[in-house]
Design a protein around this ligand. Structure first.
Ligand code: UT7
Length: 315
């Protein structure tokens, strides 16, 4: 498959580190050097499905397609208002799309997991065009009294349209299953029969463990797919790394020995938008005209699960 269109949508409200310092024991001096984040877009009156819809329509327009041209719609999402139907069905209803619709919850690497599913549908000859939308509102998952998590996240949606092609060179999905390092729980509705105790736990993250996992698996798997495809680091034009922390991106960059110019980043004014981060970055780079046909792009993302994934494709 190959990418023929991208889109993204962000909430209008921008919250700076200084805004956070108004009600949290934190500061721009702590957040910026440790994360690379100065501000983030945060949902106020928007609905996540509307951001997903806007990103989808922009990607379809960029691809020169209509909803009726799409054969498969994959939506990556961790949390939204609807437990059912799936967010992909909610967005499909909003844009009048009638193809099979699947949601996946693979946390931050969701875009790459979705690409892997899509690529296999193409290889099976079952589809001509696939739409992927990653829509996330992680600011609704954290406790806003927990300074170690809430300062990191921002909301948004990113989308990409794929058609037949031979541009995907390799994808590697990875899991190192562990619940305790990164999780959130919420009680379900009570029943007359339930006897076990259920707790509400806002997003809990062992930052250092996740940091180490991110850098080590990303480096290992990027090097593996480059080795397997006989490609050198120098031949890659852009490394599209999940925007979780600028120091993680720096760790990966130094490990690969690649120049900063090959690592586009928007974390400064976006924060971490979970699986939406890679397709939002992709769309912003695309709209700036950063890519030319044939450019070699490597994606890498990591997060809850613990899951991670890398993909190597040509623009
Ligand atoms: O997308 C999902 C994947 N997630 C990630 O990739 C996140 C990976 N982890 C990280 O990015 C980093 O570990 C963090 C940015 C989350 C934290 O950075 P750190 O350098 O590992 O800091 P820390 O958690 O070890 O905390 C250091 C200190 C602590 O104080 P003490 O115990 O040393 O006195 C924290 O209480 O910094 C304190 N602290 C803060 N201080 C001011 C933690 N958060 C804040 C804050 N403002 N927002």
């Amino acid at each position: 498959m190959k990418i023929i269109g991208t889109g993204s949508a962000l909430p209008k409200k921008v919250v700076t580190n200084d805004d956070l310092a108004q009600f949290l024991d934190t500061s721009d001096e702590w957040i910026l050097p440790r994360t690379g984040i100065r501000s983030r877009h945060v949902i106020t009156d928007e609905r996540l499905e509307d951001l997903g819809k806007d990103a989808a329509l922009l990607a379809l327009k960029d691809a020169g397609l209509t909803p009726g041209d799409i054969d498969l719609f994959i939506c990556s999402n961790v949390v939204n208002e609807y437990l059912t139907p799936s967010l992909s069905c909610v967005i499909s209803a909003a844009i009048g799309m009638h193809c099979p619709a699947i949601d996946i919850n693979c946390a931050c690497p969701g875009f790459i997991y979705a690409m892997d599913i899509a690529e296999n549908y193409f290889l099976a000859g079952k589809v001509s065009n696939v739409l992927i939308v990653c829509a996330e509102e992680p600011t609704r998952m954290t406790s806003w009294t927990d300074r170690s998590t809430c300062v990191l996240f921002g909301d948004g949606a990113g989308a990409a349209v794929f058609t037949k092609g031979d541009n995907v060179k390799a994808i590697k999905l990875n899991s190192q299953p562990s619940v305790i390092h990164l999780y959130e729980t919420r009680p379900l509705l009570p029943t007359p029969f339930i006897t076990r105790h259920e707790t509400e736990q806002p997003l809990h993250m062992d930052g250092r463990e996740v940091f180490k996992f991110a850098v080590s698996t990303s480096l290992r798997d990027i090097e593996e797919i480059l080795r397997k495809t006989g490609t050198s680091v120098d031949e890659i034009d852009f490394f599209m790394i999940h925007q979780a922390n600028l120091r993680i991106i720096e760790g990966i960059r130094r490990g690969l020995g690649a120049p900063e110019s090959k690592f586009p980043s928007n974390i400064y004014d976006h924060g971490n938008s979970s699986s939406a981060s890679c397709p939002i970055l992709l769309d912003e780079c695309n709209r700036k005209g950063l890519f030319k046909r044939g450019d070699k792009l490597v994606f890498s993302a990591f997060g809850a699960g613990l899951l991670s994934a890398v993909a190597f494709l040509e623009w």
